[in-house]
Design a protein. Structure first.
Length: 717
């Protein structure tokens, strides 16, 4: 019986042992020198760990542990104090929980092999902890869609994860950094091995999101060829009570298959590449800084900047850029050359502060790129495509620098040029959104380049320098009234409108065309002048100035710029060809018939010199002795130096006008009058056999010439 009872007790104990192993026990590592997990003596209680067991590493000191094939699977692994380095000689799986920082502060180094967790991976649980995953053959894998990788997983603790030297951390579920209870979490992904980058990867398109600052402060730094691949959304600064930050430095990459959100407490720092397949929604702080490779990029389908956001950028913002409405507050500030927008409709729309500084800004959009409130100090704005840029209602452009391409300006927008030795230069055409409403440009100096100009009405109350084209669509005032109020005008088209030039001294009209309009020079100097130096004045209308000089290769050509080609120019003031120091210019006249021809009218005195060109319509043959008065003035003096006029015609200078007289045979001395002096002059020429006496043009001076002259003289003209 006793032997029977003893046997029964042995079976009962064996059954208890089997039961305990089946449900698993917690085994604590006890070997401070390190060793293999398959060595029973390294554990308390001592035994070979089985799949149902939980393993705890919580002794101080530094040691290494090798997971070999004898222990392929375990239920949970928890790391506390001390510095533990683990490696796996064959793939190792944790079915429930993989946690570090369970009690006290410690460091876990995963140096080689493949570790997989089917549950939660927590770093910094009840104590602070850092996990370092390093090496090209090292990976930490999370397979559960509901088991997050949590860094900063406990109340008010600190968790850190460093993925280096070509290692891989991958999870099907999401990544939460600063995950719980005012914790702090920090992740670094950096380095490569043999060209293979260190990587942090989430693989599930629905559950694989990354969150920085969930319920604590969370940060991530990706640098030195590191990569992060997020299969879902990426959130930076999720909780308004905590901060989230992502740094992606040169030669590094973050790819997001979903959207990216930067909350009000979130920050994104980029000198590498961030590529987002979806939308970036931005309410925090972004700093994009170009790198020596010139490839710093934030790319997305749409970049939405919301109220309160701050963006500092240089490099490439490769997205449809949409800023907040103009009544909200947000700023885009350049810290280097920035290429922003997409070549799609509304590819770049910014309605608030745009601080360009001294940097180049390239904007891309099929429709005009709205600029918002621009501050520029030596930088440039260049649109890609023909749509150009837009200052909408309430927008402003202040400073000095260059605007390339077309610029559309609303009547309620503001343009102000600043700087004493600088200018605001437009190398494209500035137009008004509504040509019937005036716009105002003010400040120091405004320059319109050769491919630039202005079309509209209103006032450019600044020093104006133009080699482009200025076209008035209504009343237009140019210049600031100083001695250099207008430096040059390029091409000026007044149309039917009154254009006022404000300069206290004088200037060249450039290439000016009037079409029924009025060109007026105003200023304080009584001797101020307009001139045609190396330019021309053409069309029909009125020019008002104390003195108009036509000199230095200048040309005055009255005439309708429409179909008829005939018109009159009226000068309110005095007129002079040349000024004694500069060579006189040219006057060009067209004559259609004796009632339709170009004319000039001068209210004051006219001093004539230079060249006169008169062109007759091919179908018009003037009658002998016909005279046309083409120049009128209060007083005329001087004479043209060069005449290009019809053969036989003469120019008659009178006190108050100038006429062209077409050939009259009997007016032998061509003084415009047929009288006895013509008879005497012919007789003198005939008696001296002067060639001028060959009246009938038969090359022989004889009695027939005398008879023909007498007949013509008797008829007059």
């Amino acid at each position: 019986m006793m032997g029977s009872n003893h046997t029964t007790r042995l079976f009962v104990l064996a059954g208890l042992a089997l039961s305990s192993s089946a449900f698993g026990v917690t085994r604590n590592w006890v070997n401070a020198a390190g060793g293999f997990v398959s060595t029973p003596a390294n554990w308390s209680p001592a035994a070979l760990p089985v799949a149902a067991d939980g393993l705890h590493f919580n002794i101080p000191g530094t040691y290494s542990v090798v997971f070999d094939a004898a222990v392929p699977t375990i239920t949970s692994e928890n790391f506390g104090q001390g510095t533990v380095s683990i490696s796996a000689t064959s793939p190792h799986t944790v079915t429930s929980q993989f946690a570090s920082g369970i009690s006290g502060s410690g460091t876990l180094n995963i140096t080689s092999g493949s570790f997989t967790c089917n549950g939660v991976i927590g770093i910094g649980s009840s104590g602070s902890s850092t996990v370092n995953v390093s090496g090209p053959n090292t990976s930490l894998n999370g397979t559960s869609l509901t088991g997050l990788l949590r860094v900063g997983n406990g109340n008010a603790v600190t968790g850190g994860l460093n993925v280096t030297n070509g290692a891989l951390v991958q999870t099907a579920g999401g990544v939460s950094i600063g995950a719980f209870g005012a914790s702090s979490g920090a992740v670094t992904v950096s380095g490569n091995f043999g060209g293979s980058p260190s990587r942090l990867v989430t693989s599930h398109p629905v559950a694989g999101d990354v969150t920085l600052g969930t319920a604590g402060n969370g940060s991530m730094s990706v640098h030195s060829l590191g990569q992060v691949n997020c299969a879902d959304d990426f959130v930076i600064g999720q909780n308004a009570n905590f901060t989230g930050s992502l740094s992606v430095l040169v030669n590094s990459l973050v790819q997001v298959s979903g959207d990216m959100s930067i909350g009000a407490t979130g920050s994104l720092i980029v000198s590498g590449v961030v590529a987002v397949s979806g939308t970036i929604n931005h309410s925090g702080t972004i700093t994009l800084t170009n790198n020596p490779n010139g490839d710093a990029t934030i790319a997305a389908s749409t970049f939405n900047a919301f109220n309160g956001s701050t963006t500092t950028a240089g490099g490439r913002l490769d997205a449809m850029v949409l800023g907040p409405v103009s009544t909200e507050t947000a700023a885009l500030t350049l810290n280097g050359s920035l290429d922003a927008g997409l070549y799609v409709p509304s590819g770049f729309v910014w309605q608030t502060a745009l601080n360009i500084g001294a940097h180049p800004l390239i904007v891309r959009s099929v429709t005009p790129s709205r600029l918002g409130d621009v501050a520029i100090s030596g930088g440039s704005i260049t649109p890609i495509g023909t749509a150009g840029t837009l200052l909408a209602a309430g927008d402003s452009l202040i400073g000095f620098g260059t605007v390339n391409g077309p610029l559309e300006v609303n009547s309620s927008s503001t343009i102000t040029a600043t700087g004493t030795s600088t200018a605001l230069t437009f190398n494209g055409l500035v137009t008004t959104s509504n040509p019937l409403l005036p716009v105002t440009l003010t400040g120091t100096t405004v320059i319109f380049g050769a491919s630039g100009g202005f079309t509209g009405q209103g006032a450019i109350s600044a020093r104006v320098q133009s080699t482009g084209t200025i076209t008035a669509t209504g009343p237009l005032a140019l210049g600031n009234g100083t001695s250099l109020g207008i430096i040059s005008l390029g091409t000026l088209n007044t149309g039917l409108n009154h254009v006022t030039l404000s300069d206290s001294n004088g200037l060249s009209v450039g290439n000016a065309t009037l079409a029924g309009g009025h060109l007026e020079l105003v200023g304080t100097h009584p001797a101020r002048t307009l001139n045609t130096t190396n330019g021309f004045l053409t069309g029909f209308g009125t020019v008002t100035c104390p003195l108009f000089h036509n000199h230095n290769s200048g040309q005055v050509s009255p005439g309708d710029v429409g179909a008829s080609g005939i018109g009159s120019l009226h000068f309110s003031g005095n007129f002079a060809s040349g000024d004694g120091l500069n060579p006189a210019g040219t006057i060009n006249l067209d004559v259609h018939d004796n009632e339709t021809f170009d004319m000039l009218f001068v209210s004051g005195t006219a001093v004539i010199a230079g060249t006169l060109n008169v062109t007759l319509e091919e179908t018009y043959t003037p009658a002998p002795g016909e005279r046309l008065t083409f120049f009128h003035a209060a007083n005329v003096s001087g004479a043209f130096n060069t005449l290009n006029i019809p053969l036989g015609a003469v120019i008659l200078y009178n006190t108050e006008n100038i006429q062209i007289l077409f050939p009259c045979p009997s007016d032998f001395n061509q003084d415009g009058i047929v009288d006895f002096f013509d008879y005497l002059d012919f007789a003198d020429a005939f008696s001296s056999t002067d060639s001028a006496a060959d009246f009938n043009g038969d090359t022989s001076i004889d009695f027939f010439d005398y008879l023909d002259f007498v007949d013509a003289f008797s008829l007059g003209c």
